[in-house]
Design a protein around this ligand. Structure first.
Ligand code: PGA
Length: 255
């Protein structure tokens, strides 16, 4: 079964609205002749830049996503953003459970689970991040950690909703460090992730599931990573912040 390549830029806490306009205009020009049949491409700016990105990317093949979503419909949750608010912006994707949210903001598998349910409720497509720390990898705990993140993160999420879900496997030790998992190492883990989803939802759902790799993916290594059988794209931090490097990364992986 052939899965479509999906590459998304996670801008993290970068780009003001003015900088977003500039980057999106450059991306729109760069991707003008890029056929969406080759890959799905999205950018996920900070909340304050989403409206600007949606406007600037109108008429392009580049989709827009957010970096977080709260699980409640509304209410006394200072600083949070609801699914209804995001949906109204006209976006399609939302990143959930990034390791920086887990590490710095107390995100757990349980809150990830609630956020996935909220995204689905508002017809947003979740990009759910999982991944092990260096300590966990060195302690041979990678599979145990990933299995738990998947089991608890996807508790009560229906098989029928899985077509809207993307997984981003991001080994924490590879994020922003310049250390990429080798294609073989990443493939081994991606295959484990797909098998874990097959155990939960059956082979058909698992085969259709898009699993991105994330962690120092760049134009120089995107081709070799995405060439692996179970690596279906990437979630890109640093290399997504410049139009040239993001385009080259996508083109190398998908053309
Ligand atoms: P990086 O970040 O590409 O800068 O390593 C990836 C991510 O955290 O999504």
């Amino acid at each position: 079964m052939s899965r479509k390549i999906f590459i998304a830029g996670n801008w993290k806490m970068n780009k003001t609205a003015a900088e977003t306009k500039e980057l999106c205009e450059a991306l729109k020009a760069k991707f003008a002749s890029f056929c969406p049949c080759k890959a799905e491409v999205a950018v996920c700016p900070p909340f304050t830049s989403i409206a600007t990105a949606v406007e600037a990317l109108k008429g392009s093949n580049i989709k827009v996503g957010a970096q977080n979503i709260h699980w409640a419909d509304n209410g006394a949750f200072t600083g949070e953003i609801s699914g209804a608010m995001l949906k109204e912006m006209g976006i399609e994707y939302v990143i959930i459970g990034h390791s920086e949210r887990r590490q710095y903001f107390g995100e757990t598998d349980e809150t990830v689970n609630k956020r996935i349910a909220a995204a689905l409720k508002y017809d947003l497509k979740p990009i759910v991040c999982i991944g092990e720390t260096l300590e966990e990898r060195e302690g041979n705990k990678t599979e145990e950690v990933l299995a738990k993140q998947i089991k608890d993160g996807f508790a009560n999420i229906a098989a029928a909703d899985m077509a809207k879900v993307t997984i981003a496997y991001e080994p924490v030790w590879a994020i922003g460090t310049g250390k990429t998992a080798t294609p073989d190492m990443a493939e081994e883990t991606h295959a484990f992730i797909r098998k874990t989803f097959a155990d939960l939802y059956g082979a058909e759902v698992a085969e259709a599931l898009v699993i991105q790799y994330g962690g120092s993916m760049k134009p120089e290594n995107s081709k070799d990573l995405v060439a692996q059988k179970d690596i279906d794209g990437g979630l890109i931090g640093g290399a997504a912040l410049k139009a040239d490097s993001f385009y080259d990364l996508v083109a190398n992986a998908a053309l």
